[in-house]
Design a protein around this ligand. Structure first.
Ligand SMILES: NC(=O)c1ccc[n+]([C@@H]2O[C@H](COP(=O)([O-])OP(=O)(O)OC[C@H]3O[C@@H](n4cnc5c(N)ncnc54)[C@H](O)[C@@H]3O)[C@@H](O)[C@H]2O)c1
Length: 276
């Protein structure tokens, strides 16, 4: 007879060390908390160490695991290597990497500029984090996973706009972050590339027992104005935007042995948007 908890244990992350980049962000906080609640020791990695450390201390106290906040710029190879070495020294061999950091650049006006006037500097600045950052962190962590022989799970946050083109008609009158918004081409391009990187690494590292999957959220509600919410929701089969907490089940699934036969895939959490 099998035990009643036989399958529940598949989701258990006790004793595993995880890195979450962009861990202080809107979604990153939910991702870190979920991994910690399922037993992982989590390195909260983000630009500002003080903020990441404060959150990591909160998680350690509430979830009873060792968490660590580290300041790191994922677009800087030296910063990435130092971060991974510190995680390994303080929390042990990394078994889970959630490559999740992304940027809207240092200038929101430039980020949301129309394509005809888009600055090459802003394009490069966004790519340096959204794509190069994923490469640099996956390279540093994956090399160690391949060497320690324990296998691992790498999850990379893409976006529905890495899969579908944005419907330009929904943006008129749409505000967020105190300004009119759109989805710029650099964002869709960087996220499509993340999905390509995931597939490549999945086949490349399969023989090392390292699984690599993308997690694709669609529009999550985080302070957009009513016009945007209504226009966006009208396109979604479930009729609404998502809540950040609705992503964590997919993350824990991908991070854990529950998805042990899954690699190179893109798990889409979009309220059905891509189904029609
Ligand atoms: N929120 C959504 O609706 C949504 C939808 C689809 C995909 N996503 C993706 O989900 C992920 C998380 O998004 P979010 O909504 O939490 O965004 P967010 O801006 O709140 O979080 C991103 C985090 O990345 C950090 N970051 C930026 N540049 C960095 C760098 N160079 N080095 C290290 N950290 C850096 C930021 O400080 C921030 O904490 C992103 O990859 C985003 O593209 C979000």
């Amino acid at each position: 007879m099998s035990s009643p908890s036989q399958y529940r244990q598949l989701f258990d992350l006790t004793g595993r060390t995880a890195i979450v980049t962009g861990g202080s962000g809107i979604l990153g906080r939910h991702f870190c908390r979920a991994l910690a609640e399922f037993g992982a020791a989590v390195a909260v990695v983000d630009l500002e160490e003080a903020q990441a450390s404060e959150f990591a201390a909160e998680l350690s106290a509430e979830c009873g695991v060792s968490c660590l906040g580290i300041g790191c710029d994922v677009s800087d190879p030296a910063s990435v290597n130092a971060m991974v070495e510190r995680v390994q020294a303080e929390l042990g061999e990394v078994r889970i990497l959630h490559n999740n950091a992304a940027t809207k650049s240092s200038d929101l006006n430039a980020f949301f500029e129309r394509f005809e006037h888009y600055s090459h500097e802003t394009w490069r600045e966004v790519m340096a984090v959204n794509l190069d950052g994923m490469f640099l962190v996956a390279r540093a962590v994956g090399a160690r996973m391949a060497a320690h022989g324990l296998g691992g799970s790498i999850i990379q946050t893409a976006s529905i706009y890495g899969v579908l083109a944005p419907d330009q008609r929904i943006y008129e009158g749409s505000w967020y972050l105190d300004r009119e918004i759109n989805t710029p081409a650099v964002y869709t391009t960087s996220k499509a590339a993340v999905i390509g990187l995931t597939r490549h690494l999945a086949t490349y590292w399969a023989e090392k027992g390292i699984r690599v999957n993308s997690l694709t959220p669609a529009g999550m509600e985080s302070g957009q104005n009513t016009t945007f919410k209504e226009r966006y929701s009208a396109r979604v089969p479930l009729g609404r935007m998502g809540q950040p907490a609705e992503l964590v089940g997919a993350l824990v699934f991908l991070a854990s042995d529950a998805s042990s036969y899954m690699t190179g895939q893109n798990l889409i959490v979009d309220g059905g948007l891509s189904a029609w």
